[in-house]
Write a protein that binds this ligand. Structure first.
Ligand SMILES: Cc1ncc(COP(=O)(O)O)c(C=O)c1O
Length: 378
């Protein structure tokens, strides 16, 4: 089936009891059993929930995976995937990943004897030289918030030569624009909170895999740890994915108006967006994705300038998160990437003057007007 058909139908059958076209919210903690050991395949809701399972099948289809497992947040999905490595093993991570990912890896999982190394994976030649041995390679592409592009095919080949897994956090692109499993990745992670849900009204995460053995492990972890996505959140994300193919082109169309506006504005020093032909990752991105997405970062030069601008936006909502139909604007240094130390942020180029915008689905003219009046305060 085509992508749009999969968005609307994959994994979903009319409800067998009533014929309801929309999968019900199975809001139950347990299931009655006919006799000991005889039941309909549903025993306890941490282990089995049909609303969640329907979403998992839908997301597996959209990412072209064998199976998918949903968790209580993007971070819970990330944590579940990290159970694929053990004490004494090494994980290499593309630098400037989401601050929460960096925090989980360095402040929590490092305590259990897993070693983490953060390297610039956007330059594959240098990366190959520096990476050393590892059991997992974790990347974002574009990276958050500097929009560096990592070559998924090349990094998958490198990881596989080393007997390692490649994990791609595909939150920024969504499977509408980029399907890392088809490029060689082993696992795709999403914060479903973002474009997949698309309406800023649910927090969740998913891990999608190509391989049956990985699927069984992630299912085991989902049940054993219990950080499951609730039935209501599962239903919300399912409703979100039905319109993913309609929302994403609109997000990008608007980004194609906003990015050049920012680029040409005298108060904006630099714009980070892979859609610009002179972006260092533009060509690689074009070969692994079908669009440039709606995430743009831009440099205003100082905290004071960023504060003035962000204090003046009216239509754009100042807040953490991204991927909603409403335009969300944020300040990485004090919000999404506050978990990095000031030194780490400085080394990576996550400056105090950097602003990140997740361009929504409003009228582009209205967005540009709002940004223009806010930039006038800088
Ligand atoms: C790229 C990326 N990955 C993972 C996460 C974590 O997801 P969640 O907030 O759903 O736990 C985020 C959150 O902002 C993110 O931006």
């Amino acid at each position: 089936m085509g992508f749009a058909t999969d968005c609307i139908h994959a994994g979903q059958e009319p409800d067998p009891t009533t014929g309801a076209v929309t999968v019900p919210i199975y809001q139950t903690s347990t299931y009655v059993q006919e006799e000991l050991g005889k039941h309909k395949g549903y025993e306890y809701a941490r282990t089995h929930n049909l609303t969640r399972r329907t979403l998992e099948k839908n997301l597996a289809a959209l990412e072209g995976g064998h199976d998918a497992y949903c968790y209580a947040s993007g971070m819970a999905a990330t944590q579940a995937v990290l159970t694929l490595v053990k004490a004494g093993q090494r994980v290499v991570v593309s630098d400037n990943v989401y601050g929460g990912t960096h925090r989980l890896f360095t402040k929590i999982l490092a305590q259990y004897g897993v070693e983490f190394a953060f390297l610039d994976a956007s330059d594959p030649a240098v990366f190959e030289e520096q990476a050393g041995e590892f059991q997992m390679l974790w990347i974002e592409t574009p990276t958050n918030p500097l929009m560096k592009i990592c070559d998924v095919r090349r990094l998958a080949a490198l990881a596989h030569r080393k007997g390692a897994l490649l994990v791609v956090d595909n939150t920024f692109m969504s499977p509408f624009f980029q399907r890392p499993l088809a490029l060689g990745a082993d696992v795709v992670v999403h914060s479903t909170t973002k474009f997949l849900n698309g309406h800023s009204d649910s927090v969740g995460g998913v891990a999608v895999v190509r391989d049956e053995a990985l699927a069984r492990w992630l299912q085991y972890v989902q049940n054993a740890v219990g950080a499951i996505l609730s039935p209501f959140d599962s239903w919300l994300v399912l409703r979100g994915t039905k319109t993913l193919h309609l929302r994403m082109p609109r997000h990008e169309e608007n980004a194609c108006e906003v990015a050049p506006f920012l680029f040409n504005h005298p108060k904006v020093e630099r714009v980070f967006w892979p859609g610009f032909p002179d972006h260092p990752g533009h060509e690689v991105h074009k070969h692994q994705a079908t669009g440039f997405g709606a995430m743009i970062s831009f440099e205003l030069g100082s905290l004071a300038a960023a504060r003035r601008m962000l204090g003046r936006v009216r239509l754009c909502s100042l807040g953490e998160s991204l991927g909603g139909v409403e335009t969300l604007i944020s300040h990485p240094a004090t919000m999404t990437h506050a978990g990095y130390t000031p030194d780490e942020r400085q080394r990576l180029g996550i400056t105090d003057g950097l602003v990140r915008i997740s361009v929504g689905c409003e009228d582009a003219d209205d967005l540009v007007r709002d940004l223009e009046q806010a930039l006038a305060a800088v």
